[in-house]
Design a protein around this ligand. Structure first.
Ligand SMILES: [Fe+2]
Ligand SMILES: [Fe+2]
Length: 342
């Protein structure tokens, strides 16, 4: 029997179902509504402009359903010889302990780093699957629920794709770091649907869009490139739906509430893109000095502020669309993405 950590109490309980990892337990209470206005929406005459847009996105989702087995070429013949990513600039390229490794060692290490990143992506997709399933019964109108049903199905397909990719590429799945586990737990457990929505549709989706675009352009594995291209189309729909719906849901917010919610999202995003945890895990694996590696990566980030700019750009756009970008948050973002000016 494996232990399951209760994130509230920190205690461990025995669970027969947990097979190989420590699971994240949560409990939530949501105020749900069973809607009865079917005919109002079917006539199309009483739909609001935002409901009409939600309906269009739902139809688009139906037209673009893809299949993990049929639409992906699962030939993994490049797995054994190629590095997973072909990028011109890697922060480790200038790190002396990395430079002293043989090609075989660097090849093994690059796949290990890839496995760690893909693990976090898989956890993020599962979080999006469970959050969108919770939101299906909470979003306020029939058109939004139809769209959420398509998102649940999309996220299930994303979980399936990344799971199958990990299996095909023989990559081990590592557990989420404490920050990611805490964010997933808190969002799933929150009774506030707007909070769940902003974590799922703005935070997770924005960071995913930015990173998926980057990964798609540098991946050397055709299956991953094909899957990411299809997933990017799905995620773009989710973001559009999410920011439109939140913009309406947040019209009543006071400036203070807006600031609080926006600050929390930015703070969470900075924790998620922070590489401290992954560099510590990497240092453990290859027995490098973790503090030395962290310092090297920090100096690299300072020399390359465009990395943080690129990763946070989509979040900034989506927070603005959702109505969560205040002057203070914009200034903080500018300081973070231009560190030499601060
Ligand atoms: Fe997804
Ligand atoms: Fe999504």
């Amino acid at each position: 029997m494996k232990a399951v950590i209760n994130m509230d109490t920190g205690t461990r309980v025995k669970d027969k179902r947990a097979m190989s990892h420590t699971n994240i337990s949560y409990a939530t209470t949501l105020h749900n509504t069973f809607l009865l206005g079917y005919l109002d929406h079917n006539t199309g005459t009483s739909a609001t402009p935002s409901e009409a847009r939600q309906r269009v996105l739902y139809e688009l989702a139906n037209a673009r359903v893809w299949n993990v087995q049929q639409h992906i070429d699962w030939d993994m013949s490049k797995r054994s010889s190629a590095f997973p990513e072909c990028k011109s600039d890697d922060p480790l390229d200038t790190y002396p302990p990395y430079q002293s490794l043989s090609r075989e060692q660097r090849h093994a290490l690059s796949w290990l780093r890839h496995a760690m990143e893909l693990s976090d992506i898989l956890h993020g997709e599962q979080a999006a699957l469970l959050l969108s399933a919770q939101l299906l019964s909470v979003v306020p109108n029939a058109a939004a629920r139809l769209f959420m049903s398509s998102q649940v199905s999309d996220e299930a397909r994303h979980v399936d794709f990344f799971t199958q990719y990990m299996v095909a590429a023989k990559l081990p799945v590592s557990p989420p770091n404490d920050q990611l586990a805490r964010l997933i737990h808190d969002a799933l457990q929150s009774p506030d649907w707007r909070y769940k929505f902003s974590v799922c549709q703005v935070l997770i989706e924005s960071l995913a869009l930015a990173r998926f675009r980057e990964l798609k352009s540098i991946s050397s594995i055709p299956a991953l490139q094909q899957g990411l291209a299809l997933i990017l189309q799905d995620e773009a729909r989710h973001v559009k739906f999410g920011t439109d719906t939140l913009h309406e849901a947040f019209t009543e917010l006071t400036p203070e509430e807006r600031e609080l919610r926006g600050s929390h999202l930015l703070h969470s995003a900075l924790l998620l893109i922070d590489t401290t945890h992954s560099s510590a895990a990497l240092a453990r694996e290859v027995r490098w000095d973790a503090a030395h590696l962290r310092l090297h990566l920090r100096q690299y980030r300072i020399r390359h502020p465009e990395i943080a700019r690129q990763r946070l750009r989509q979040l900034s756009l989506n927070m603005s669309s959702a109505g969560l970008m205040t002057d203070n948050i914009r200034k903080r973002l500018e300081r973070i993405t231009n560190p030499t000016n601060s």
